[in-house]
Ligand binder design. Structure first.
Ligand SMILES: CSCC[C@H](NC=O)C(=O)N[C@@H](Cc1ccccc1)C(=O)O
Length: 735
């Protein structure tokens, strides 16, 4: 097969040298804010779950305050509680706004008098089964439930007048009116059958089945009289079934129009192409039929945003467009539609980055703010439309949600050394923290340093590697080295905090953690991301092996304790490695939610992508699919492996992990299974997460290669032959 001419074992980076370009080097001090060193301890899984998880901010109309949802977990109760907090951008102390357990998605009203949020509460004699919309005054008091919608509310957005709210809820499209919807919902709840019946190509997503026979419609809630109108009733329009979020639509500054992303194809597929449609409102009614303003079958268009009101009455809609007609890996680009001409164009064509939602217009209508990845960071960018140039508004770390009002930016930012924190950016001032949620906890933790280097990977390209060191790292000693291989493949491990693959927690177990942003990773330009198309596994392995060569050449690396671990596509990679890397190089693998067999992976929710990513449908070219599938190399697998999978994972169904585990067992390879009946692609419950970290570490710590197995650094395509295939059990205690 043409794409497999080069041996995947050939280490392009055999002579890899480490370079640490200044722009990529961010060695962190050993720890957070100053505190007395003896008090600092390595981070534990309990510390991780004690940290408060701060959500994206929504600013008050004067920019003086931000409201955020903060989630706190209890390991003992094995659950989390989320409530709202108010943060001052001017220096005041944070204040708890609500005391509910499930208060999320807060959004400040444009008039500043109320904050809307979603919650499930027991209030006024009734208990919400699904999330409903609530309002609360910023100075506190009781929150008021403003919807009681069977089936609940998915997402919402304020109208600019602050008196109406547009919200998304699932409806039976053949029913008319709220009462008919409620009756149908009741009948659905009362049914005695449990079978899910569908003719849709897309019926489940990541961890849930899409509501059977229902579609997400946009509704208008008038807060003055409580009336609700289904704005899509009687039309074929609907919002994204997989991601029915507030990013999918926008309301014009005069409140008379709504633009939304809509895939007009009769069959909605995971790789569908969305157009932009617009509706006009006459009060609470539709004035005329919805009309397409941007529609091109080759393009997927989404996340529309109206430009601010302009003195000359001109109006534009900014959105994200991806030319799927050229290639499925094409970047998400910034595009703008003009009402006057009815035309649209891509603005960021010369800027090789993926633009990420949400988009935010600057008040002057000349630029937009958004987040975009670059070399393992996610900066906040300002894209100037007249110049078609991007500049960083906040550089470094990983920007999550943000808001900008009255010149003030509030943003959620995490780094490898810090869970999400909220920063205020005021004109002419350096970024300032406006909360201190995790400071006391972080002050007693010792976090090791991290550094970024480059190795020469596949095709002679520079490949970024991030290392995270144990807090007590001493280069004079020998340390185990653990690859954590990211998923995607079009994603990256960068300068960001990870709750599930927390690199400091893994390093605290006394090992150096290596994260390779292999070919295919996001943030390194389109060509790099696309380079692995139709040849999955090949270049990625060369990159990881080049990094391993470099690591094994370090005097501090223990060649008997080199491990590779990864989740999802990272799990695919470790299963691939087991079939392609000779035994004796890695002491053990951990495969979390890994893809094992691309043909059987047709049971997942993303099967529509396969021909694009792998180069063929399995029925057209089985050999081509098999050549990219780890299971084809089962006969070569002998490295001990811990397989982890969740039964509720519909992206990589657990049959993948079970088939891998069973294969290893049938081959009498040392293997262990950690299977969760109640977790999905991710392990999200505190107690299960603790078990995950314990099993993960115990597995690595109990596998050490015998000295005779220790491989030399790979040279060209040769390596020392491994003499044994069974890992020795060490006397080290599992961590
Ligand atoms: C088109 S690439 C795969 C989509 C997606 N990427 C983002 O995370 C994804 O779900 N990746 C999985 C692994 C996977 C890859 C291909 C098909 C199904 C699953 C992951 O790594 O999280």
């Amino acid at each position: 097969m043409a794409t497999r001419k080069r041996s995947p074992r050939a280490p392009t980076g055999a002579t890899a040298t480490a370079t640490a370009p200044p722009a990529d080097t961010d060695a962190a001090p050993a720890g957070g804010p100053a505190a007395s060193p003896p008090a600092r301890q390595p981070i534990t899984v309990n510390d991780l779950w004690q940290m408060e998880r701060v959500g994206p901010p929504s600013l008050s109309p004067d920019g003086a305050q931000a409201v955020v949802a903060v989630q706190r977990f209890s390991m003992d109760e094995n659950l989390g509680r989320t409530r709202l907090w108010l943060l001052s951008t001017l220096g005041g102390a944070p204040r708890a706004l609500t005391s509910g357990d499930k208060d999320t998605e807060p959004a400040w009203s444009p008039r500043g008098d109320r904050i809307a949020f979603l919650s499930r509460r027991e209030q006024e004699g009734s208990k919400d089964e699904e999330a409903q919309l609530y309002l609360i005054a910023p100075d506190g008091g009781e929150a008021r439930r403003v919807t009681s919608r069977a089936g609940g509310i998915e997402a919402f957005k304020w109208f600019p007048d602050g008196r109406r709210i547009a919200f998304i809820a699932w409806v039976w499209p053949d029913e008319r009116g709220s009462e008919a919807q409620a009756r149908r919902h009741q009948a659905w709840k009362d049914r005695k059958t449990s079978g899910y019946v569908t003719s849709e190509p897309l019926y489940r997503f990541w961890d849930h089945h899409l509501p059977q026979d229902r579609v997400p419609h946009l509704h208008l809630l008038n807060l003055d009289d409580g009336s609700v109108t289904d704005l899509f009733e009687g039309t074929p329009c609907e919002l994204s079934r997989t991601e029915p979020t507030a990013s999918g639509f926008d309301i014009s500054p005069d409140g008379r129009r709504i633009v939304f992303a809509f895939n007009p194809a009769p069959e909605k597929r995971i790789d569908g192409r969305q157009a932009l449609y617009e509706i006009e409102l006459d009060g609470a009614r539709l004035a005329g039929a919805p009309r397409a303003i941007v529609q091109d079958e080759a393009w997927d268009c989404h996340s529309p945003r109206y430009s601010p009101a302009a003195a000359d009455g001109s109006e534009r809609v900014a959105f994200i467009a991806s030319h799927q007609g050229i290639k499925h890996t094409m970047p998400q680009q910034l595009a703008v539609w003009e009402r006057e001409s009815g035309r649209w164009q891509v603005e960021s064509a010369a800027w090789d980055h993926d633009v990420e939602a949400p988009l935010h217009w600057e008040d002057d209508g000349q630029a937009l703010l958004f987040g975009a990845e670059e070399r393992g960071a996610r900066h906040l960018w300002r894209f100037d439309l007249p110049d078609q140039r991007a500049e960083r508004v906040h550089a470094g770390g990983w920007v999550g949600g943000f808001d900008k009002v009255a010149g003030t930016v509030a943003l959620a930012l995490d780094t490898l050394d810090h869970p999400p924190q909220i920063l205020a950016l005021l004109p002419g001032e350096p970024p300032r923290r406006i909360e201190a949620f995790n400071d006391a906890l972080l002050a007693r933790l010792a976090l090791g340093r991290n550094e970024v280097l480059q190795v020469t990977g596949a095709r002679g390209d520079a490949v970024q590697v991030r290392l995270v060191f144990p807090p007590d790292f001493d280069p004079a000693r020998r340390w185990p080295v653990v690859h954590t291989i990211h998923g995607g493949p079009h994603a990256a491990f960068g300068d960001n905090w990870h709750w599930r693959w927390n690199h400091h927690l893994l390093a605290a177990a006394g090992q150096v953690v290596a994260c390779v942003n292999y070919h295919g990773s996001s943030g390194f330009g389109h060509a790099f991301a696309d380079s692995i198309t139709h040849r999955w596994g090949e270049l990625e392995l060369q990159d990881i092996e080049a990094a391993s060569d470099w690591l094994l050449a370090q005097p501090w690396a223990d060649p008997q304790r080199l491990y590779a671990t990864g989740g999802s596509y990272g799990g695919y990679m470790v299963a691939w490695m087991n079939g392609h890397v000779p035994a004796g190089r890695y002491a053990a693998y951990v495969c979390h939610a890994g893809c094992f067999d691309w043909t059987a992976m047709f049971a997942d929710d993303a099967y529509d992508w396969y021909a694009k990513e792998l180069g063929a449908w399995y029925w057209d070219d089985p050999a081509r699919i098999a050549a990219q599938s780890p299971h084809s190399r089962a006969g070569h697998m002998s490295t001990p492996t811990l397989v982890i999978h969740g039964a509720l994972d519909y992206r990589v169904p657990d049959a993948q992990g079970l088939a891998y585990y069973n294969t290893l067992k049938a081959r009498r390879v040392d293997a262990r299974l950690l299977w969760f009946p109640d977790e999905n692609h991710w392990v999200l419950k505190p107690a299960n997460s603790r078990l995950w970290y314990e099993e993960f570490q115990a597995w690595l710590s109990s596998h050490v290669l015998a000295p005779a197995q220790t491989p030399a650094v790979m040279v060209g395509t040769k390596r020392l032959a491994a003499t044994k295939t069974t890992a020795a059990r060490s006397r080290r205690k599992p961590v």
